[in-house]
Design a protein around this ligand. Structure first.
Ligand SMILES: C[S@@+](CC[C@H](N)C(=O)[O-])C[C@H]1O[C@@H](n2cnc3c(N)ncnc32)[C@H](O)[C@@H]1O
Length: 290
């Protein structure tokens, strides 16, 4: 008789990381937590307000898909939402729990779970939400298409979906995937790739800032980094972020249009590497399947 072996999620994720199939997001987020301050939280709140509209979170049910550090769950909670955060990586879940412990201990309006957006049953058990936030997550699941389908079902009628998905740069995206594979393959490769690319990132920023007559040091300060993030942690996430998929903005827009979502805001990264950001409103029924 076949023996059923129960494998803990933490072991599955550890094995994927050890095999070089998955970036160690949790470790990156743990390092980010050491940099967390009031300015970064204000930056995260501002990014939510700008894209979703001033008071959109007051009294809303907010789902943070792939919560990572937990910073955006915290920002949404401070803006008046009740929050459900989940992440696939147990170390990211622990970071989100640590942020809740620091800022909202014993808060009944903020629930944290460990789970995957690819797990339909788990997602169905969560219900539907007024605002669903999946920033930089679905392209790291290993199945972007399925993740898009499942996330669409989490949005309540007239609810909003705030997504960020890596831009498709054709052959350049293919080459970046090779860099990420190499980065995740071993510690030595990680150090070599960091030594190769970090000077390139630093110099690129320096040239751009000098051309715009900006202080080059500002980009490394909390107030100078978009969304309250950290440049160094973002670079590490970019160099290692596996699994890695990409999509053109028009593909994402068409996908959600067919499912009854209207595009409310779009910020593209202008053909450069990075994420396109979308805010959709679910305001009509999905088209019948062909
Ligand atoms: C680049 S981070 C983004 C974190 C956060 N959303 C933010 O904006 O800072 C990607 C996160 O997605 C999580 N993730 C990857 N696959 C996932 C899945 N199948 N379900 C849920 N979370 C996932 C990773 O563990 C990681 O914490």
């Amino acid at each position: 008789m076949p023996r059923v072996v129960h494998v803990e999620p933490v072991e599955v994720v550890r094995r994927e990381i050890a095999l070089g199939e998955r970036f160690d997001f949790g470790r990156n987020w743990r390092r980010f937590l050491a940099l967390l301050n009031e300015q970064r939280i204000a930056g995260a709140e501002q990014s939510l307000r700008e894209m979703l509209g001033g008071d959109a979170l007051r009294g809303a049910r907010f789902l943070d898909v792939g919560s990572g550090s937990g910073l955006f769950s915290l920002a949404a909670r401070r803006l008046g939402a009740s929050v459900l955060s989940f992440d696939y990586d147990p170390s990211s879940v622990a970071c989100t729990e640590e942020i809740r412990r620091r800022f909202f201990p014993d808060d009944a309006e903020w629930t944290i779970r460990r789970g995957s957006i690819l797990d339909r049953e788990f997602i169905r058990s969560l219900g539907v939400f007024d605002v669903v936030y999946a920033w930089g997550v679905l392209h790291h699941t290993g199945n972007l298409r399925l993740a898009l389908e499942i996330v669409a079902d989490t949005v309540a009628a007239r609810g909003r979906l705030f997504l960020a998905v890596y831009n498709d740069q054709g052959i350049r995206s293919v080459l970046w995937r090779q860099v990420k594979r190499a980065y995740c393959s071993s510690t030595v490769a990680r150090w070599l790739i960091a030594a190769l690319f970090l000077p390139y990132f630093v110099l690129g920023g320096l040239v751009a800032d000098l051309a715009r007559r900006k202080n080059p040091l500002d980009r490394y300060r909390a107030a100078g980094t978009p969304r309250g993030m950290s440049r160094i942690r973002d670079w590490s996430d970019w160099l290692g972020g596996l699994p890695f998929e990409v999509a053109k903005p028009e593909v994402i827009c068409e996908f959600f249009d067919r499912r009854g979502f209207r595009l409310k805001r779009l910020t593209t990264c202008g053909g450069r590497p990075g994420c396109n950001e979308f805010v959709f409103v679910k305001d009509r029924p999905a088209e019948p399947a062909a």
